[in-house]
Design a protein around this ligand. Structure first.
Ligand code: RB5
Length: 151
């Protein structure tokens, strides 16, 4: 399912810095607008800082999506999912990337640069960013995820 090209906020720590840059160039080549919220070098840094920045940007700007890259993608997803309204999904395969947009309305893709090579990462990103939420029965379920934030 195709969607309109939108803005993608990017973030990484040192472990994901190189892959983030590869994916940023790949997304821009395909017409996506990107904004990199850091980190800006391969110097050691703390992934929650960048997960928070991207999570806040995505939830503050309706219709935008995010991409977070660390060593495994897991730390980024754990941190980003603390921000209300974020649905961050770690994906290591193309099918999950497509389905988490279609069924979970995931708004941030998390990738692990020490797990997933650049070729597969590009295919995963393509699947995620070109898919859109199906709504219907899935909207009820996603609403139940949001309800958990207030309990
Ligand atoms: C940094 O060494 C590493 O812990 C981080 O990139 C990430 O994999 C955490 O989940």
């Amino acid at each position: 399912m195709e969607t309109m090209k939108k803005k993608v906020y990017l973030g990484s720590d040192h472990g994901g810095f190189e892959l983030k840059n590869v994916l940023a160039a790949h997304l821009r080549e395909q017409g996506w607008e990107t904004e990199d919220l850091g980190c800006y070098s391969a110097e050691s840094c703390d992934y929650p800082d960048f997960a928070a920045a991207v999570g806040r940007a995505v939830t503050a700007n309706e219709g935008t999506l995010g991409l977070l890259v660390c060593g495994t993608g897991i730390g980024m997803s754990l941190a980003a999912n603390k921000i209300p309204g974020v649905r961050a999904a770690v994906c290591g395969d193309v099918y999950s990337a497509k389905m988490t947009r279609r069924h979970n309305d995931a708004n941030i893709l998390c990738l692990g640069a020490r797990v997933t090579g650049p070729g597969l990462a590009e295919e995963i990103a393509d699947a995620f960013f070109s898919s859109s939420f199906e709504g219907g029965r899935h909207a009820r379920r996603v609403a139940k995820i949001a309800e958990l934030e207030t309990r």
